[in-house]
Design a protein around this ligand. Structure first.
Ligand SMILES: [Cu+2]
Length: 223
């Protein structure tokens, strides 16, 4: 039983989780310090008989310190996360050898188009399967996302990949699966009444199994 984050199923997962935990620890420390200070001051300076309130501007040095530390922390986190962002979502981030799969989102299903034997989308041997995303393990995959009607969001938690699919646009999202198994793809954008059932299964295969599945599925599709 997993009580914390989902399985780390792609090359992105350790980096995303590392950043998540780092931010959680930093904000956790800040939270504890601020709350302890709040309670400490509320008790220490509570109203007591004979004690008179007085006006104070505050303390310049303390203000500079508690502004500078969060500012530097934010910039550092921004730089680190930008490094990961460029890897995952940067304009030139998709590896040249990535295996292409088309995903068309519509109310309320995922239409997954496979490139067939030639490994190329947009050719005669392409075929489409509903609500099943099959990918090979250990190989970069690029999904070409489009939407039929409204904005949907392609979200595979084990890959730590989430990308909106927007009508009128084709958006590329890439990942490299690392652990064979069966996982979940969900729509992460409230897209209508059937949003809750807009989900698909993700099958991560070894290359051998993937080739066998591809052969069988393309035969079934052509019949
Ligand atoms: Cu949706």
């Amino acid at each position: 039983m997993r009580w914390w984050l989902p399985l780390q199923g792609s090359t992105f997962a350790p980096e995303v989780d590392g950043l998540f935990v780092a931010i959680l620890i930093i904000t956790g420390i800040a939270f504890v310090l601020v709350e302890v200070g709040l309670i400490w001051f509320a008790v220490k300076y509570r109203q007591r008989p004979g004690q008179k309130a007085f006006y104070t501007h505050g303390n310049n040095r303390a203000e500079v310190i508690w502004t500078a530390i969060p500012a530097v922390t934010m910039v550092a986190l921004g730089l680190v996360s930008n490094h990961y962002w460029v890897q995952m979502k940067g304009r030139h981030s998709v590896p040249a050898n990535a295996y292409p799969i088309g995903i068309h989102a519509k109310q309320f299903e995922w239409q997954v188009t496979y490139p067939g034997a030639d490994g190329q989308l947009g050719t005669g041997d392409d075929f489409t399967v509903r609500n099943q995303l099959h990918v090979p393990v250990g190989r970069p995959v690029v999904v070409r996302l489009s939407a039929e009607d409204v904005i949907h969001s392609f979200f595979v938690p084990v890959f730590r990949v989430k990308q909106d699919a927007v009508p009128g646009m084709q958006i590329n999202a890439w990942f490299e699966a690392t652990v064979p198994g069966t996982y979940e793809l969900g729509c992460a954008e409230l897209c209508g009444l059937g949003h809750y059932r807009m989900r698909a299964q993700v099958f991560v295969h070894t290359q051998e199994d993937y080739d066998a599945w591809m052969k069988q599925a393309s035969q079934e599709a052509s019949q």
